[in-house]
Ligand binder design. Structure first.
Ligand code: GLY
Length: 305
């Protein structure tokens, strides 16, 4: 069975392209790139790539990752500016063997430039206007989903090979240099062909405290069914954060195991996109409940066959 799962409705068209791409050549890396590029390149999605959310200085700093479940090779970049596809940079860094798999800031930019990746401004008029309109607002009132959504995709093919990729511009008005979960291995992403692939979206600082992408795969390795593992992990970890802080931030988790069984965990209403073999790509909504979450067909879906 080949299965793709990705975060938020914005990944729907990308998943359709990924499915077609995968159907053409059965290359999961190309399918993953097709999905993530579609979101990175679309300035209407103000949280990833082109037109992303700026930091306190009005600068767009992006984070991204890639991991291959067969080799455990991973690449990641953080707080990188003016690289049109941060995912491509992460993918390229995964090809480094022993060192230099995770680069940030100027070093990440230099690596991308030296290796011929497309360089250019990610800022557009709408993003700049959003920055100037909102730059006087109360920072304490910002919530994780104030336009702050990471594109994440987990894929497994019919041989049990798994890959995962992520890309985001991170939290709106973040401090320059801030990294969330997205480029941090085990937190925002993980893949291991012996188990599956997982990724997270939401408030990076909360996700990192639980190293949630690795944690959910460990539960599956111990025999839990993916939906149960993801939904109970997020529900339980939310309670842990509440017990320490009196509140928690938004956390959502997607996972697919090596057999193609998928799982979702969330503590907020969360839309995700799913494709199983050559069935139509569909969007769903996961609704949080105290013991896990429930999955519903998405009323706002734009499914095509
Ligand atoms: N989950 C993305 C971030 O916190 O930056």
């Amino acid at each position: 069975m080949s299965v793709m799962i990705s975060t938020w409705r914005m990944s729907y068209i990308g998943m359709v392209k990924a499915r077609r791409n995968y159907g053409l050549n059965h290359d999961l890396d190309q399918a993953l790139a097709a999905l993530i590029h579609d979101v990175e390149n679309d300035p209407r999605f103000h949280s990833v790539g082109m037109g992303g959310l700026p930091n306190q200085q009005g600068i767009i700093q992006c984070d991204a990752s890639y991991m291959n479940g067969t080799t455990l090779a991973y690449g990641a970049c953080g707080a990188v500016e003016n690289v049109v596809s941060p995912f491509d940079l992460a993918y390229l860094l995964s090809k480094e063997y022993r060192f230099n798999n995770f680069l940030v800031g100027q070093g990440a930019y230099d690596y991308a430039n030296d290796h011929g990746l497309t360089i250019g401004s990610l800022m557009d008029y709408a993003t700049w206007k959003q920055y100037t309109d909102r730059s006087n607002q109360d920072m304490a009132a910002l919530k994780a989903y104030d336009g702050h959504d990471t594109v994440c995709a987990c894929m497994v093919d019919d041989q049990g090979h798994c890959v995962v990729g992520t890309s985001t511009s991170g939290l709106f008005m973040k401090h320059p240099g801030r990294l969330g979960d997205t480029p941090c291995i085990g937190c925002g992403f993980y893949a291991d062909d012996q188990i599956g692939a997982a990724a997270a979206t939401g408030m990076g600082e909360a996700i990192c405290k639980g190293v949630l992408s690795h944690a959910v795969l460990q539960r599956i390795a111990q025999g839990e069914e993916p939906m149960h593992a993801a939904s109970t992990l997020v529900a339980e970890f939310t309670e842990i954060l509440k017990s320490r802080y009196g509140k928690t931030d938004a956390i959502s988790l997607i996972v697919v195991d090596k057999q193609g069984r998928y799982g979702v965990g969330t503590n907020v209403d969360f839309a995700f996109v799913l494709s199983v073999d050559d069935q139509p790509v569909r969007t769903y909504v996961a609704l949080a409940d105290p013991h896990g979450c429930t999955i519903h067909m998405d009323d706002g879906q734009i499914n095509v066959d």
